[in-house]
Design a protein. Sequence first.
Length: 211
Amino acid sequence: METVSTPTVWSQETALKEKRDVWQALKRGFRGRCPRCGEGKLFRAFLKVDNACSVCGQDFTPHRADDLPAYLVIVIVGHIVVPNSAIRDEGTSYHYLPPAREVAPSHRALAAIEKTLRKNGMDYIVAKTWTTDGLFRETRARMLARKREGCLTVEMEAAAFFAVAQFRGVQFGQLLYGGDDLSARWDHRNWTRHQIRERLFALAAEACLSM
């Protein structure tokens, strides 16, 4: 006999009926378990929250995380970001390619980077990046606008590198990792994680040799 659980939809009425220990719920969430019962899995894939708990049926869909999980992983864990496109908010790329909103790395280099990261068991995120050569452009309004365009990171070189590589006919891709965080308040740069940078260099070299 099979039983089918009905997801519990959260509302003010159900919240009033069901009292919950907030700290216990947070601890369960940090362990990747359902905040309600502590048994079912909270995530169905990396950074992907499940629709409902498989044990108690708690509905997770009303609780939106937006981009916060990705930002936390990049900054705190040192997650790798592989840019598949760069917004050209700088000047150098326009000396090498006709004007356009974005520029992309070579498909061959991008495929080699992803293959190398998977081979080494490295988690990574493929995303668009915002290239700007002026810190004064990194305003709150522009940051929000770039997020709406799908950007996950901001840096100063990717668009120029991609453009020069296309102009010269060179296979080129890039690996990024979080140095500071603009998602809320500007924090101090953290470029002291030398082991991460050395590891990224080794992965980049392996990707180059694989092409």
